[in-house]
Design a protein around this ligand. Structure first.
Ligand code: NCD
Length: 649
């Protein structure tokens, strides 16, 4: 019985060009063999598990059919809601267990980067059957296979990608592959659904490839006959599409491509939309007229399916409509992929692709949280540490990191050195140091000064410090906050208090004790950690349950400045449920808001300059009188390493 080597196909880029060619060769052989009705036993004795956390028709059934046709066996969890995932089992545990039942796992998952995590934890190979909006490499194999069969080759083809290019994972994998095979891409996104920046950046950095984007209207212009499509001479993949005579700039020696070779139309990925990205009535609708012009009449129409409204049924009888052939290719192509895995399990095997080594965040220095709310690292935080590599980044005033799971860029404003426990505002003159700290494993990164200070870091240098509130004033301000809340909140029994860790949580407890002594009502209290990779909102009064649904939530923090912390805290609260109202209580309001948030209850307004820091010292409610006497609010200025000569305002 064949034993598969651990080769994971998470991205289409995990397959080398020669390997894709070999897979197509095998797919040709299997297509013929299937047509002959031959008996195939290449995968006899092997078991494939299909784990689908999202709906699927083609991908799962063609994978399963492929495995059966190869003489192998299939175990399947087509609806993970019927598996232990519904009981909260982690992805890592699921794939670890399933790898002991199967020789190969095919996974579909709603979160970006899930296939990477599964591949890391499964002992058998993992094939990505779609992970969130990131990639769908085996669909690309089917797409390329049919495109090549229709056109004879891939190099130099011109392919228009239409519709939802933002969330369409099939499109992302296809773009990487078309770039690799030397095809020209014209992106025709529905407004607001452009190819994401992380995809463009990967193309630019790994393949030195770029393409231009045209609007739906320009595409319609092309279909209506106002067609002019040019390749620029300097960059063979740069393309410009002009629709009116007045716009046409003749590019000397540029060869206009004879025609468009393919339209690749996609469905609006509604299930991935977070809000009002677009209204579906603005979405592309593709019909037979698009194929009537001299430049489009030889084009094939492709679609990964399922279609919704974007592709007229009238096209189905047109020989240029090849989407059902793409779907049918699912069986021989996936047979070929499995057979290729079997081939490669025999020595000498294959060399693995070189990958960037993630930055090590040592000890208690936390890696930052990925900025992408759909990243798998945001959902599997119990065991999965966020992982980043250094990104190129266009903005020199921030340190750009790339999430190793979902590839999204994270911009870091503050960096720290773990041994000196100093933090700095990032600026590209620190680049050399930061690289060295990464090598030594001594880099810490912070999203804000608040986080740096919460982590026990001091500014690189601080100016003189002065007290602006002493213990008695702090106590009066806290008391004032409690009175404001009591006066404003008609029903304290429906109030839940949420303190932002760490001083916001202490303040919440002190406010709660004051409210209780004044009204005999003791609202439940929870602490919220805005920097935890997982959503962290936990009760701090010993009770197990903390509800926000239908409650009046009072969010409490010591200082409000830009408002980002509050915004993030609100997002965490809303993920827990729908409160009837959210109110904000802060001890100090510094001004400088970057988001439109205003505290409902405020202990004191202290206007400050941007280079100043306000630091609050606040003893826990059960601390002794001596510690409480040390409560104070201090202000100092942060001296930036490169601006030391500037006076601290
Ligand atoms: C696609 C998918 O799931 O990403 N379907 C498929 O696998 N053929 C495309 C889609 O759902 O729109």
């Amino acid at each position: 019985m064949a034993q598969l080597a651990k080769i994971d196909v998470v991205s289409i880029e995990d397959l080398q060009t020669s390997e894709i060619e070999r897979i197509f060769e095998l797919a040709d052989e299997y297509s013929e063999e299937l047509a002959r009705g031959g008996q195939i036993t290449s995968a006899a004795g092997l078991i494939m598990a299909t784990l689908f956390y999202e709906p699927s028709t083609r991908t799962r059934l063609s994978f399963e059919s492929a495995m059966h046709r190869l003489g192998g066996a299939v175990i399947s969890s087509a609806d993970m809601q019927a598996s232990s995932a519904a009981k909260g089992e982690s992805l890592a545990d699921t794939v670890r267990v399933v790898s002991s039942y199967a020789d190969l796992i095919v996974l579909r998952h709603p979160h970006d980067g899930a296939a990477r995590v599964a591949a890391d934890y499964a002992s058998c190979p993992v094939l990505n059957a779609g992970d969130g909006s990131r990639e769908h490499p085996t669909q690309t194999l089917c797409d390329l296979y049919i495109l090549r069969r229709k056109k004879g080759h891939l190099k130099g083809l011109t392919v228009a990608l239409c519709g939802d290019l933002k969330f369409g994972r099939t499109v992302h994998s296809l773009i990487y592959a078309l770039a690799r095979f030397g095809a020209n891409i014209v992106a025709v996104p529905t407004a607001g659904m452009d190819v994401p920046r992380y995809v463009l950046e990967r193309l630019a950095s790994e393949r030195n490839y770029s393409f231009s984007t045209v609007t739906m209207d320009e595409l319609k212009g092309l279909a209506g006959g106002l067609d002019a499509l040019y390749l620029t001479p300097s960059a063979p993949h740069q393309m410009a599409l002009f629709t009116g005579d007045e716009d046409i700039r003749q590019i000397p020696s540029a060869e206009p491509p004879a025609a468009l070779d393919a339209f690749y139309v996609t469905r609006l990925q509604k299930e991935r939309m977070t809000g009002k990205e677009i209204n579906s009535s603005e979405y592309v609708r593709f019909d037979a007229r698009a194929l009537k012009t001299s430049r489009t009449q030889a084009a094939v129409v492709m679609h990964p399916l399922p279609r919704t409204n974007e592709l007229a049924y009238e096209l189905d009888s047109d020989p240029r409509a090849v989407y059902f052939e793409q779907a049918a290719a699912g069986v021989p192509v996936r047979m070929a992929l499995i057979a290729w895995l079997i081939e490669n399990s025999e020595p000498p095997g294959r060399g693995a692709r070189a990958v960037a080594v993630p930055i090590r965040f040592k000890g208690e220095t936390l890696p930052p949280r990925c900025a992408n709310a759909n990243c798998i690292s945001r959902f599997e935080g119990a065991y999965l540490r966020p992982r980043f590599t250094l990104a190129r980044g266009a903005d020199s005033s921030v340190l750009a990191l790339k999430c190793d799971f979902c590839e999204r860029e994270l911009k870091i404003e503050f960096v720290g050195h773990v041994r000196s426990r100093r933090y700095y505002r990032y600026d590209d003159t620190l680049q050399g140091y930061v690289r060295q700290w990464i090598e030594e494993g001594s880099l810490a990164v912070f999203e804000s000064v608040k986080q740096a200070e919460e982590s026990g870091y001091e500014p690189y240098k601080r100016g003189p410090q002065r007290d602006i509130m002493k213990a008695d004033e702090v106590a009066r301000a806290v008391d004032l906050l409690a009175d404001q809340m009591i006066a404003d909140l008609p029903d304290l029994t429906s109030v839940s208090m949420v303190g932002v860790i760490s001083r916001g949580a202490i303040l919440a407890l002190r406010l709660r004790d004051l409210i209780e002594s004044k009204t005999k009502i003791r609202p439940p209290c929870a602490a919220l950690d805005v920097y935890s990779p997982a959503d962290a909102l936990n009760p701090i009064d010993g009770s197990d349950e903390f509800n926000v649904e239908g409650r009046t939530v009072v969010l409490i923090d010591d200082v409000i400045n830009s408002g980002w912390t509050v915004q993030r805290a609100m997002a965490t609260i809303w993920r827990r449920g729908r409160p009837a109202a959210v109110k904000l209580a802060v001890l100090i309001d510094r001004g400088h808001r970057a988001v439109p948030i205003r505290p409902n209850y405020c202990g004191k307004n202290i206007p400050t300059s941007r280079s100043e820091r306000v630091q609050v010292r606040l003893a826990a409610p059960d601390a002794d009188g001596k510690s409480k006497a040390n409560d104070r609010v201090m202000i100092y200025s942060i001296v930036e390493p490169l601006k030391e000569t500037e006076p601290a305002s």
